[in-house]
Design a protein around this ligand. Structure first.
Ligand code: IPE
Ligand code: IPE
Ligand code: MG
Length: 251
């Protein structure tokens, strides 16, 4: 189906507020073309550009992208170096357009671990777009959910030791507010490209009630049509949050 036809099938009154994406398959995309893995990552940047544009156009409020996991530090050093350079370079190049489109960058992860040159460019983009009120683009870098939950536990334990909170009073909202995603609503839709059907340590707390969508399309090939299909699939689902179907329909 053409993009226009797909767009007609999207119910504009039921757009997910927050979409999270595990962008997987860059390496395999490059392999299939007989190119180095870095070529797949470079093409992956184009796919990020497309997904950001599409999210903005649809009126999605939050797009959260898994770009580099804590576990990805264990890849060959050469690939890690190339990825870090690419991320720094891409954010700098995209910044004018992000600003023009009112996109706010939010860094999510152990950013202190990112090599300085990329880190400076990322922090600069976050600061430069802090006033933007359109799409919030969450970039998960050096991120894993277990890292984040461990950090949250430390933060809350410190507060308890300092007498700011009592352990009995710790609520789900307190945990939410201690996560790297504080202030961002939970994802409505989680997409994973690249064919694997696993979560790989992404947003474990936040996806408790997200709709999951897996597609074999490799990330560099994930275009607006594929994104539109994911939204249409999401809109066909009934989110019951533990209730019965009848309860939901009577709401
Ligand atoms: C996703 O693509 C990008 C990152 C994890 C940085 P991969 O690099 O994991 O690609 P595959 O899974 O090997 O194809
Ligand atoms: C998940 O992809 C992390 C990102 C997309 C950044 P991986 O390719 O690292 O996941 P696994 O290791 O195959 O589960
Ligand atoms: Mg992968």
């Amino acid at each position: 189906m053409s993009l226009d036809a797909l767009l007609e099938n999207i119910d504009k009154s039921r757009i997910p507020r927050h979409v999270a994406i595990i962008m997987d398959g860059n390496g395999r995309w490059a392999n299939l073309k007989g190119q180095p893995r870095s070529a797949g990552h470079a093409e992956g940047v184009t796919a990020v550009h497309r997904a950001t544009e599409f999210s903005s156009d649809l009126g999605i409020e939050y797009l959260t992208l898994y770009a580099f996991s804590t576990e990805n530090w264990n890849r060959p050093q050469e690939e890690v170096d190339t990825l870090m350079e690419l991320i720094g370079w891409a954010i700098e190049r995209e910044l004018p357009e992000l600003l023009a489109n009112n996109v706010r960058i939010r860094l999510i992860g152990d950013i202190a671990r990112i090599p300085e040159s990329a880190r400076m460019r990322l922090l600069n983009a976050e600061k430069a777009t802090a006033h933007c009120t359109g799409l919030t683009l969450g970039m998960c870098l050096s991120y894993s959910a277990r890292w984040e939950i461990t950090e949250a536990a430390r933060r809350l334990a410190r507060k308890a030791l300092d007498g700011e909170i009592s352990p009995e009073d710790i609520s789900e909202a307190d945990i939410d507010a201690s996560l790297a995603t504080a202030g961002i609503p939970d994802p409505d839709l989680l997409i994973r490209t690249g064919g694997e059907e696993r979560i790989s340590n992404f947003l474990l707390w936040q996806i408790a009630y997200s709709e999951l969508y897996f597609t074999p399309i490799l990330w560099p090939d994930f275009g607006k049509e594929a994104y539109a299909e994911a939204i249409i699939d999401f809109q066909r689902r009934e989110r019951r949050f533990g209730k019965t179907s009848a309860q939901i329909q009577n709401q």
